[in-house]
Design a protein around this ligand. Structure first.
Ligand code: SF4
Length: 502
C-alpha cells in the first residue's frame, strides 16, 4: 500500500495503548515491533524452553525463509511468552494458546506478554551496612524510584517502582522508574542513591557495591546468634567475647550460651539497651562500620569494668558479625582495655566466622498483578482464571520461571528474574513494564473456565513460529534456552493436582 505522497503507508501497531504508526523499515516507540514490508513484526525472538542442552540462545529466523525443519524444534519444548507479543485491548485471545500432552493428560498453555502498570521490584541486598532509614527515598538519575523498606536477616531491602512512581509523578519520574525496573529485571547493572544514605551499584545475582566498595560477605548471624554458634570454640581461649551488631550485640559471659558452658562473669558493662541477658540493642547508631553500626572504635560501647569482678590481664575479643572487623584487648592495672595483636589462638575462630558467611548478593524479584483485562485474553470469564489459579488448577509461570502467588484476591505474583531467560522484559512508553506470563492447565479445566478453545494450536505448530489468527503480527525468529526439568518445568505434572486429590 502506498500513501498519497507515493511513500509506503505506515502501519499501525495496536499491541499497546500508544498505537504507534510505524513507517516501512522502522520500529515502534518500544522497539518491540517493526514494519517489515508492510507487515507488523515482533522483533525479539520467541523463546522456547528446552529441558535438554539447548542451542545456547541461537536465533532461528522465521522471517527470512519458510520453515524447513532444518533445525528441529524440541518435541517437548515449552513456549514462553518472551517474544510472543501482546494483544491489546484484551478482548482478543492471547497471542498463543498452545495444546500439549503431559503424562497422557491434555494440557493448554496460554501465553502472552503482559503490560503491567502495577508492578515493582523488590531488592534484597545482602549486607549488614546501613543503607538508609526505613522509608528513605531511593533515586536513580535524581528521580525517586522507590524507598528503603524493612531490614531482613542479614539483608537490607528496597522496594522500587510501583504504580505511583510510574504514573503518579512527573513524566521523567515515570520514565526513569520504568527504565530502572527494566534494567534490573533484565539483569543489568543499576546505580541508585538513597537520600541521607548509601550510593549503590546493584545487579541481580551479583555482589552489591556500597559507597564504591564491593560487599563480600553476608553476616553469619546476629551478634547473639554468633555468640551461641561459637561459644564452645572460644571457651578457655579468651575471657570475654563481644560480637558487635547493629541489631543485637552479644556478650558471651552474660549470654545463656556462655553461662551453660561455664563462662565466668567479667564485670563488663555495655552501653546499650539490654534486651535479655547478654543481648543488647542500640549500642550505637546504624552505619557502615563494625557490624552495621557507625562504630570505628568498638571500645566506645563499653563502660567501666566492675572492679569487684574484673581483673588486670582479663582478655577480650571484639568481633563483627562477618568477621570483617576484629580486635583483641587485655585489661591493664586500671582495668582499662588495651589493644594488643590478635593472638594466634584466636585467629582461627575469627576466620571461621568469615568462612561461615555466605557471599553477599543482590536478589531482584519482579512483582506484578496479572488481574484486570489481561485475563480476558485467557478466558471470556475473567474471574474464572483467578479462581483457577487460586485453586491451584492453573500454574502460572513468568518466562517459564516459577512464581510465588500471593494469597487473597487477584493474581499477584513474584518471580526471581535470575531464573528467567535473558532479556525477558520489555516496556511500553505509557510507561509500563512488559513481562512474560504463561498460564498452564488441563484442557478440560480450560474449557470449563470459558477458554478461547477456537484459538488453540498444537505445540508443534507454535514451535515453528506459526502464529494464531488472532495475531496481527508475525514473529521474526525463535531461540531455544535450556531450563531445568523436574518441578521447575512449567508443564511438569508435579505442578498439577491430578497427581493428588482435587
Ligand atoms: S509502543 Fe510498542 S507495543 Fe505500543 S503501539 Fe508502539 S510499537 Fe506497538
Amino acid at each position: 500500500m502506498t500513501a498519497a505522497n507515493g511513500k509506503p503507508e505506515k502501519i499501525r501497531c495496536d499491541a499497546c495503548p500508544v498505537m504507534c504508526y510505524i513507517a516501512e523499515g522502522r520500529s515502534g516507540a518500544c522497539d518491540r515491533y517493526a514494519n517489515d514490508n508492510g507487515q507488523l513484526v515482533r522483533l525479539d525472538p520467541l523463546t522456547i524452553l528446552e529441558k535438554t542442552e539447548a542451542s545456547g540462545g541461537d536465533i532461528v529466523p522465521f522471517l527470512e525463509k519458510e520453515w524447513e525443519g532444518d533445525i528441529l524444534p524440541p518435541k517437548d519444548g515449552f513456549v514462553t511468552a518472551i517474544g510472543a507479543g501482546t494483544t491489546y485491548p484484551d478482548y482478543k485471545p492471547a497471542p498463543f494458546i498452545v495444546s500439549s500432552e503431559v503424562d497422557g493428560v491434555d494440557m493448554i498453555t496460554v501465553v502472552t506478554e503482559g503490560i503491567f502498570s502495577y508492578c515493582g521490584v523488590k531488592l534484597k541486598i545482602d549486607t549488614d551496612r546501613h543503607l538508609g532509614t526505613e522509608c528513605a527515598p531511593v533515586r536513580a538519575d535524581g528521580e525517586v524510584v522507590g524507598h528503603v523498606t524493612t531490614s531482613e536477616y542479614g539483608s537490607q531491602m528496597l522496594s522500587l517502582g510501583g504504580v505511583h512512581h510510574l504514573t503518579g509523578g512527573s513524566k521523567k519520574e515515570g520514565r526513569v522508574t520504568c527504565a530502572t525496573m527494566l534494567a534490573l529485571c533484565n539483569g543489568e547493572e543499576v546505580d541508585l542513591e538513597i537520600d541521607d544514605g548509601a550510593d549503590l551499584r546493584v545487579q541481580a545475582g551479583k555482589a552489591p557495591v556500597i559507597n564504591g566498595d564491593l560487599e563480600v560477605r553476608m553476616r553469619v548471624g546476629c551478634g547473639s546468634a554468633t555468640v551461641g554458634m561459637f561459644a564452645a570454640q572460644w571457651k578457655d581461649l579468651v575471657d570475654e567475647v563481644i560480637v558487635v551488631d547493629d541489631h543485637i550485640t552479644g556478650v558471651m559471659s552474660e549470654h545463656q550460651a556462655g553461662k551453660v558452658i561455664g563462662w565466668e562473669p567479667t564485670g563488663i558493662k555495655i552501653n546499650g539497651r539490654r534486651s535479655t541477658p547478654g543481648r543488647y540493642f542500640q549500642v550505637a547508631e546504624p552505619g557502615t562500620g563494625w557490624g552495621g553500626t557507625n562504630l570505628q572504635d568498638p571500645l566506645s560501647i563499653i563502660g567501666a569494668f566492675d572492679a569487684k569482678t574484673a581483673k588486670p590481664g582479663l582478655s577480650l575479643l571484639m568481633v563483627s558479625t562477618t568477621g570483617e572487623h576484629s580486635a583483641y584487648y587485655e585489661l591493664n592495672e586500671e582495668l582499662m582495655p588495651v589493644q594488643k595483636d590478635m593472638p594466634d589462638r584466636l585467629q582461627p575462630s575469627v576466620r571461621r566466622i568469615e568462612e561461615n558467611c555466605e557471599p553477599a548478593m543482590t536478589s531482584v524479584l519482579f512483582m506484578a498483578g496479572a488481574g484486570g483485562s489481561l485475563r480476558s485474553g485467557v478466558t471470556e470469564h475473567p474471574v474464572g482464571l483467578t479462581r483457577s489459579v487460586q485453586n491451584s488448577l492453573t500454574y502460572v509461570s513468568c518466562g517459564g520461571a516459577p512464581v510465588y502467588i500471593w494469597p487473597g484476591g487477584g493474581i499477584t505474583f513474584m518471580a526471581d528474574v535470575t531464573r528467567m531467560p535473558k532479556n525477558a522484559f520489555g516496556y511500553v512508553p505509557t510507561p509500563a513494564l512488559v513481562a512474560p506470563i504463561e498460564f498452564t492447565m488441563r484442557a478440560e479445566d480450560y474449557k470449563a473456565l470459558g477458554g478461547h478453545m477456537d484459538y488453540v494450536m498444537p505445540l508443534s505448530e507454535a514451535l515453528t513460529g506459526k502464529t494464531g489468527r488472532q495475531n496481527d503480527h508475525i514473529l521474526k525468529g525463535r531461540r531455544s534456552v535450556s531450563s531445568p526439568g523436574g518441578k521447575s518445568w512449567p508443564t511438569g505434572s508435579d505442578n498439577y493436582p491430578w497427581k493428588g486429590a482435587r
